[in-house]
Design a protein around this ligand. Structure first.
Ligand code: GLY
Length: 411
């Protein structure tokens, strides 16, 4: 084993957007920060559509998570302004709003329920008739039966966000180790760093495990603190709107078709992202004919003109899901080891608030009030009665845990 001569205050394991924002905020606090990942800026952000859908993706039983989602959405404009300034790069943030539409009477009933839940939760959304929806978005199918206009659910381009975060980290002095972290180092009952795939041992005062869906696979993590995170596959398509067709859409449009969600996210540069499947298939990231067919079929029902557009990319990624769909943030029962993972459908949305919460944890040792419901200890077998899950386990959106037990693998 080679011991690196450097030791840092904080070692982040995993360089997706959550690891990156944690590293950036940590370095801004004056902490000497190292991040280990063979490809910083990769991961689920390379696939994600980038909807900031705190209101339109509200689910029953997830009111606690809603508070964090709304807090992060509110931080987005200032966050991207600061990040763009720090990196000199654009993030593709667009304050364009979202329209959720219904294609039949069942969809309309479902959307009415969602509207009522949004209103009870104090969220802003407006019910529109089908005609009003088509007036806003003329490419919508004539059969649209109604919809919800949510002017506060915006979008960002996750690939640009990730790239900007890498640059901001570099400029803030974060040291990148472009290698897999293979094993957590534990000395005297405390996390003290990690061993990389090439055998180099990195020492650190605190370690943050931010490995996305792979977070449960780092060797050396004591069983009691292994994060209960599993992969949930999402297939996503990218199309291009030729200038002659622009503007094809002016805002994000989404619907639930035959029980499956479909969304179309139009970027300012002409990219149109169509997502996403939700599949409990373990570590499989195959793009399947069935996945592409279903997305195109549902998107076509919503917006028939879509079949005219060039299909430029198909890709699948893995959402890091926790048992209650909410993230795991902050200290574990192993001193020195923190988690920043389990963001499931909300990783892009929760990036600003995660950076803030983790910087607070790393400098004070404690979660700020906003982050407390998301402490990893809520899943511990010995959790105190007060440590309830961040959302109800019988939430209709909580899929069964069917993924096979993961093998140990580097993250
Ligand atoms: N938040 C969108 C998705 O997970 O597909």
């Amino acid at each position: 084993m080679r011991i690196s001569s450097d030791s840092s205050d904080v070692l982040i394991v995993g360089g997706g957007i959550i690891g990156l924002v944690t590293a950036w905020r940590s370095a801004q606090q004056g902490l000497r920060t190292t991040l280990a990942d063979p490809e910083p800026g990769g991961g689920a952000a390379q696939v994600a559509a980038g909807m900031l859908a705190a209101v339109t993706e509200l689910h029953y039983g997830e009111q606690t998570l809603l508070g964090l989602n709304v807090a992060s959405a509110a931080r987005y404009p200032a966050f991207v302004a600061e990040l763009e300034e720090a990196s000199g790069q654009e993030t593709g943030f667009r304050a364009c709003g979202t329209l959720s539409v219904a294609l039949d009477s069942d969809d309309r009933a479902h959307l009415r329920e969602l509207h009522a839940l949004q209103q009870r939760s104090g969220l802003e959304s407006e019910w529109l008739t089908g005609r009003e929806c088509r007036r806003l978005e003329p490419m919508l199918a004539p059969g649209v039966r109604g919809g919800l206009r949510v002017d506060g659910d915006h979008q960002v381009d996750p690939r640009r966000l990730a790239s900007a975060l890498v640059t901001a980290c570099e400029r803030a002095g974060v040291v990148f180790r472009r290698a897999w972290a293979e094993r957590l180092s534990v000395t005297g009952g405390r996390a003290t760093g990690a061993v990389l795939a090439d055998g180099t041992e990195l020492a650190a005062g605190q370690v943050v495990l931010a490995g996305g869906s792979l977070s449960g696979r780092l060797a050396g993590v004591p069983e009691a603190v292994v994060p209960p995170v599993r992969p949930v596959k999402g297939q996503v398509l990218r199309l291009t709107v030729p200038p002659a067709y622009a503007p094809f859409l002016s805002r994000t449009v989404r619907a639930v078709v035959r029980g499956a969600q479909v969304y179309l996210v139009p970027r300012a540069n002409g990219e149109l992202v169509v997502g996403a499947t939700t599949e409990e298939l373990g570590w499989d990231t195959t793009v399947t004919a069935g996945g592409v067919y279903e997305l195109l079929r549902d998107a076509h029902e919503l917006m028939p003109g879509i079949t005219e557009l060039p299909l430029t990319e198909t890709r699948a990624g893995l959402r890091p899901a926790s048992p209650d769909n909410a993230p795991l943030l902050g200290p574990t029962a192993l001193p020195g080891l923190h988690l920043a993972t389990g963001h499931h459908r909300n990783g892009v949305l929760l990036t600003p608030v995660t950076g803030e919460v983790m910087a607070h944890v790393l400098t004070t040792g404690e979660l700020p009030e906003l982050g407390r419901p998301f402490a990893p200890g809520r899943f511990a077998a010995t959790a105190s009665p007060g440590a309830a899950p961040a959302s109800s386990p019988d939430s209709p959106d909580s899929p069964e845990q069917t993924a096979p037990a993961p093998q140990e693998q580097p993250v």
